[in-house]
Design a protein around this ligand. Structure first.
Ligand SMILES: [Cu+2]
Length: 316
């Protein structure tokens, strides 16, 4: 998460802009320190030579006008022009007609994602917290919120844009190279704001297409006996009133879609790595891990917990 290590054209513009302001600041500091030292030295010398008297006070007016008015005006003008060029470049980069569009909906304290397909609604699907994109291509995110103002920020890819209830904002993200880029909610949204992170996972384009096809596959009967048991535990304990798993009776809409949860790298908005240990910890005590989040602890026996873990990790 470093805006100064840009991995996208938009982030490069932002980083260039940052360095321009820094170097202009350094230049003005050096210049003005120089003026002060020079002025002091000259006044001292004139005093010693007895050049200054009531008829010839030597106020140094020219230096003040030049250093205090002309130089700042030039610097501000440079910044103004550069900032306009930068803003326009960032706003335009990647805005093509047929760009891949993903709806991103902020919830306290996780990210709902819906992949759009304008030509074929049967190819649309939902997922959460991990945004898969094809590397090297612009992707448009439509930003909405279900509750309060959140802000979408993946520092190495682009600037921040707020998710505001009742309106739709958008941002273009584009990763130069395949890789994983971490992002973070950047507008205070409640107790677990700090643990509302997300990952952008950029694949080589062909691999991205495969990933999409995989997401479209609904789940049939679980493969092993323990996964079948986990499935039953999941349905019996009300997990499906909040969570959806496509192809099963779980159709809840208020929590992350778990359809291909086994393929996720992290749990609970990039809070923990996704493995059986952390998953067990999360299901048995979500409030211990993210106090104040909207998943209640559901008491399960040890065997039932193990079965649910196997079931969820098997959803790939
Ligand atoms: Cu937030």
């Amino acid at each position: 998460m470093n805006a100064l290590e840009p991995q996208a054209p938009q982030a490069e513009w932002i980083a260039n802009w940052f360095w321009l302001t820094v170097w202009l600041g350094v230049a003005s500091f050096v210049l003005f320190t120089g003026f002060v030292l020079f002025g002091t030295w000259r006044a001292h010398r004139r005093n010693q030579r007895g050049e200054v008297n009531e008829l010839n006070p030597k106020t140094g007016q020219n230096l003040v006008v030049f250093g205090g008015v002309v130089v700042p005006l030039v610097m501000i003008a440079v910044l103004l022009v550069a900032s306009t060029i930068n803003d326009r470049a960032i706003a335009r980069t990647g805005r093509t007609e047929d760009v891949l569009t993903i709806e991103v909906r902020g919830h306290k304290f996780w990210w709902e994602l819906k992949y759009r397909d304008a030509l074929n609604p049967h190819r649309e699907f939902r997922t959460a917290n991990e945004i898969h994109i094809p590397a090297g291509k612009p992707v448009r995110l439509l930003l909405e919120s279900s509750d309060v103002i959140h802000s979408f920020w993946v520092p190495s890819l682009n600037g921040k844009v707020d998710l505001i209830p009742g309106r739709t904002n958008d941002i273009i993200i584009q990763a130069n190279e395949p890789g994983i880029y971490r992002g973070q909610c950047a507008e205070f949204c409640g107790v677990q704001h700090a643990k509302m992170a997300m990952l952008v996972i950029a694949h080589p384009p062909a691999q991205f297409d495969t990933w999409w096809e995989t997401q479209l596959i609904p789940h049939g009967r679980p493969g092993t006996a323990i996964e079948q048991k986990g499935h039953d535990v999941f349905m019996r304990n009300g997990c499906g009133t909040c969570h959806t798993i496509r192809g099963t009776d779980a159709r809840g809409k208020v929590a992350p879609d778990l359809s291909h949860f086994g393929g996720r790298i992290t749990i609970a908005a990039a809070t923990l790595p996704n493995n059986s240990g952390h998953l067990g910890g999360w299901i048995s005590d979500p409030q211990g891990i993210k106090p104040g989040n909207y998943m209640p602890a559901v008491p399960l026996s040890g065997d039932d917990l193990q079965a649910v873990i196997q079931f969820l990790l098997g959803l790939r």
